[in-house]
Write a protein that binds this ligand. Structure first.
Ligand SMILES: O=C1O[C@H]([C@@H](O)CO)C(O)=C1O
Length: 550
């Protein structure tokens, strides 16, 4: 195993992710940030220098469990203090498990501003994946707004509320086309045909393949909002990995991917090599206003400039939830994967609602909308600083008379920074319960992401979760994941073992929703957390060295 060192500087810079120039967040002058490539068992060391002039920064390593290093999870106010302008923070952590991961900002809405990149962990030397492939491509998917994140954030925090709306563009590896389309002639709008020489920063990254080979596509979504569907004209894909875990191979024509998720699929280049094929990404789950992102699968026998003469794959209708559910429920753990404990010690039911607070629009969980404290929980809990956050523990359930199918009779919510304290090494079931939002007959998709752990996804159901529904749980081969979606008016059941001392966020991965309070905090075994580097806690009530050394 190796120690892999990186020196990174984060700054705002000009970019043109979708061919229109705007300010983006870059790392070492790159957007998206550099790809980290490592082997299972390696230690990653990133010296992150904040070159922003007026704001802090942190980076979260999404899908890396941070076993024994909870202070390196990169969540502002939770695992560490935001790194101040001019300062450098050392992230040092082990990547213990192979898989397709990514990293992103976790302070304010910096992920929406473009602070993200890929993190790929290969099998350790001498170990083999349970499938074969000849070569691979890495597709990091995101969405992009022309309004700055600062303006987006002010809109969300204003009364009257100003929603960010749908993205202007979808990006594949940071590249999209706002003012032209590669498939203009198939579009019924007046959008013009893209003409690229190939060197342009918004030119699509063409997937150049040779015939009769097997390619692994590593697909990860770090969208701020959009749920996506990816399809490759004329080709099936075989899903083999989800969120860093091997899954039972299953062939699909297209796949749905929600923010925070990753998949690997195998693609056989077994089609006519004298043609090129569209790769398309389109919006699902919200009424789309955004063009598909397109690129090409280009066979070596055909120049990449030769566009297909066919229409790109049609993204399934945004509200065809049966299509989404069929795909999501078809993901099972590969035989031989770790199985969940047969029973749980504690069940936490989390009701997701959209609310108002003095006229401001919020999202709340069991009627608490999360606000983060100024002292990171990891330090305040370890050192028993009782004034650092709300002592009131949020509830494990919601009022059984609440009608999840209708707008709330009382739309008001409360705000809080309380935490769920979980006994170390116990098994926790979380039932995520969706509900009607503020508007009648509206319930939205929310992908929930857990830090510090994987969970087993035991099942999905319609309507309100009720006693007896646990009989439908899949305890045989549920997939292990770190992100799971709740469908409109439905529930999703998760099980995890609280075996990683630390303080961990569990939240909706839609950036504006987290900003509006859609998350909870799980604390476990904080007394068992080792020596926290003092740079992680140099703010708030842990800012004075006495406490940190206590
Ligand atoms: O949080 C959200 O706010 C808007 C809408 O509910 C109110 O404008 C929307 O679509 C969200 O997902």
């Amino acid at each position: 195993a190796k120690v892999r060192h990186f020196k990174w500087e984060v700054e705002y810079m000009y970019g043109a992710p979708d061919c229109q120039e705007h300010v983006v967040m870059g790392i070492n002058g790159q957007f998206p940030g550099p790809t980290i490539r490592a082997k299972a068992g390696d230690t990653i060391v990133v010296d992150l220098t904040n070159k922003l002039h007026t704001e802090g920064v942190v980076i979260h390593w999404h899908g890396i469990r941070q076993l024994g290093t909870p202070w390196a999870d990169g969540t502002a106010s939770i695992s560490q203090c935001a790194i101040n302008p001019g300062e450098t923070f050392e992230y040092r952590f082990k990547v213990d498990r192979p898989g397709t991961y990514f990293y992103h900002g976790h302070y304010g809405m910096q992920r929406s501003a473009g602070l993200y990149g890929s993190l790929i962990v290969d099998m350790a030397d001498g170990e083999k994946e349970p499938f074969h492939y000849d070569a691979e491509f890495n597709l990091l998917l995101s969405d992009w707004w022309h309004k700055s994140v600062h303006e987006q954030e002010v809109g969300l925090s204003s009364n009257p509320f100003r929603w960010i709306g749908e993205p202007q563009s979808l990006l594949i590896n940071g590249r999209g086309q706002y003012n032209c389309s590669l498939a203009a002639k198939f579009s019924n709008s007046s959008i013009s045909q893209c003409k690229f020489e190939g060197y342009e920063k918004c030119a699509p990254q063409v997937l150049k393949v040779r015939p009769n080979k097997t390619y692994r596509l590593r697909i990860a979504s770090t969208t701020a909002l959009a749920s996506l569907n990816l399809a490759i004209e004329g080709h099936k894909m075989v899903v083999v990995e989800a969120d860093g875990n091997h899954v039972q191979p299953s062939a699909v024509n297209d796949l749905d991917i929600y923010s925070g998720e990753s998949y690997s699929v195998l693609l056989k280049t077994d089609q006519n090599p004298y043609k090129n094929y569209w790769v398309s990404i389109g919006v699902r789950g919200r009424d789309p206003k955004t063009n598909q992102a397109l690129t090409l699968l280009s066979y070596s026998a055909t120049p990449a400039s030769k566009l297909p003469t066919t229409q790109p794959p049609v993204t399934p209708r945004w509200d065809d939830y049966n299509h989404s559910k069929a795909f999501t429920k078809s993901i099972y753990a590969l035989m031989g994967s770790p199985q969940p404990p047969k029973t749980y010690d504690r069940r936490i039911i989390l009701l997701n609602t959209q609310n108002r607070l003095n006229g401001f629009v919020k999202w709340a969980i069991n009627n608490v909308s999360l606000v983060l404290p100024s002292t990171p929980y990891l330090g305040s809990i370890k050192f028993g600083l009782n004034n650092a956050f709300d002592r009131k523990t949020p509830p494990d359930n919601y009022d059984s008379s609440y009608d999840i199918m209708k707008p709330a009779t009382n739309q008001n919510t409360t705000q809080g920074s309380g935490v769920y304290t979980i006994t170390l090494n116990t098994t926790v079931d979380v039932i995520l319960q969706n509900a009607n939002a503020l508007a009648k007959d509206v319930s939205e998709i929310h992908p929930w992401h857990l830090h510090g752990h994987d969970f087993w996804v035991l099942g999905y159901g319609e309507g309100k979760f009720k006693n007896g529904d646990e009989k439908t749980f899949n305890l045989k081969n549920p997939p292990l994941r770190n992100t799971a979606v709740i469908f409109p008016f439905g529930w999703t059941a998760l099980r995890f073992v609280a075996d990683n001392p630390g303080v961990w966020a569990f939240h909706c991965h839609i950036e504006p929703h987290l900003h509006m309070g859609m998350g909870v905090i799980f604390a476990q075994g904080a007394h068992r957390v080792g020596q926290i580097p003092k740079e992680a806690l140099a703010c708030g009530l842990t800012g004075n060295k006495q406490n940190v050394d206590a």
